[in-house]
Design a protein around this ligand. Structure first.
Ligand code: AMP
Length: 362
């Protein structure tokens, strides 16, 4: 399963969002053909796919049909089922390994996994009822953050618990769509950052420069490299932690791990077994983008340099109607526009992003 897939081979991408779109663009440029699998064919990735397959993420027959049409399978988001991927992996290479998906898609498993590797997450408790929640609050204090174990993303499926009254807890509990949750102590962080890494089938492990990330309402607003000194002082510890995660999973592809930079060092927040929003800047800001290196890794090609192409790179997400600023972005030198083609600019929806290079070095 570690043989090189030459250009001309077919790559299967599960999921049809903007990450799949940018992955498919990178793959197509290298001469690959991408088949995209999702429950509908109206996503950003379908626009650039050589072929679209429509089916549920748990429809093993349709997934088998899709798998038979490609040479390797990857995925672009976590809210898919791991069990069918484990099944597919018996016949075809599935990268990143389904085990990584299993770990990352459940916040409780993910935090225990990190802790077992001696990587520090925020203090956490597993809770599955308002009563357990009140006990956990006694231990962790208020405010704290209650997060669904599964299916949460971009700040969805989580709520800040500000007081511990029974009425408040019952009300909060009723807003969760999944009744298995994790309560996290609120981390006093100075900054948020992520380690973006890629690991190939031979175990070569590379990282990009670390971006400092700013979130609004739980959604990434922008990523800037280089990070500040406060973050850079804890970069090695965070990179080391990311490497341990990647090696323990025998990982292949791009892996993103988000951290809080605190006075006590890096605190693990979460991992994404896929290309990541905080790595979009690498398209213009690095010699090889996260999307291209992901494709190179899963196809058994040599990885490309992750060096910066500018002294400073700023990626800004275009969320909701912010996408309407596209004309202004285009009028700036060294600023690059990406619009995903999603249609209606609903609040909180990631419509595109822009990347600005300051002082190019190559
Ligand atoms: P998440 O989806 O878990 O990454 O949470 C989204 C955002 O909420 C993070 O990027 C942080 O800004 C904030 N957040 C999440 N968990 C915590 C925590 N334990 N302490 C402080 N802030 C948090």
């Amino acid at each position: 399963m570690t043989q090189t897939l030459p250009p001309g081979s077919k790559i299967g991408i599960i999921g049809n969002g903007q990450l799949g779109q940018m992955m498919a663009i990178a793959a197509t440029q290298l001469g690959y053909f991408c088949h995209v699998y999702a429950p509908n064919q109206s996503g950003p990735a379908n626009v650039v796919a050589a072929k679209s397959f429509v089916g549920g993420y748990d429809d093993i027959d349709k997934l088998q049909e899709f798998a038979a049409s490609v040479d390797v399978i990857t995925y672009e988001f976590e809210n898919i089922f791991a069990a069918p991927l484990v099944e597919l992996a018996k016949r075809i290479a599935v990268y990143p390994p389904p085990q990584a998906l299993k770990v990352a898609q459940d916040r409780l498993t993910e935090k225990n996994y990190a802790a077992d590797l001696k990587i520090r997450p925020a203090p956490f408790r597993s809770v599955s009822s308002p009563r357990e929640l009140s006990y956990a609050l006694l231990e962790l204090g208020v405010p704290a953050i209650l997060k669904q174990r599964t299916q949460g993303y971009d700040g969805r499926g989580q709520v800040v618990v500000k007081k511990a009254t029974d009425a408040h807890l019952a009300e909060i509990w009723s807003t969760l769509s999944c009744k298995e949750a994790v309560l996290e102590g609120l981390v006093k962080f100075e900054y948020e950052f992520s380690v973006l890494a890629v690991r190939d089938t031979k175990g070569q492990f590379l990282t990009w420069d670390i971006p400092v990330n700013t979130h609004n309402n739980g959604i990434l607003a922008n990523s800037v490299v280089p990070a500040n000194d406060f973050i850079l002082q804890q970069a090695n510890a965070a990179i080391n932690a990311t490497k341990r995660i990647a090696e323990s999973l025998n990982y292949v592809g791009v892996l993103a791990v988000e951290f809080f930079a605190t006075q006590f060092g890096p605190i693990f927040n979460e991992m994404a077994p896929r290309v990541h929003n905080s790595g979009h800047w690498t398209i213009e800001g690095a010699e090889t983008s996260q999307f291209e290196n992901h494709i190179r890794a899963i196809c058994g090609l040599p990885l490309g340099s992750t060096a910066l192409t500018a002294e400073r790179v700023e990626m800004k997400n275009l969320i909701g109607t912010q996408v309407n600023t596209w004309e202004k972005i285009l009028s700036h030198r060294n600023e690059y526009l990406h619009i995903y083609g999603k249609g209606a600019a609903k609040p909180g929806r990631k419509m595109g992003h822009s990347t600005k290079l300051v002082k190019r070095v190559v």
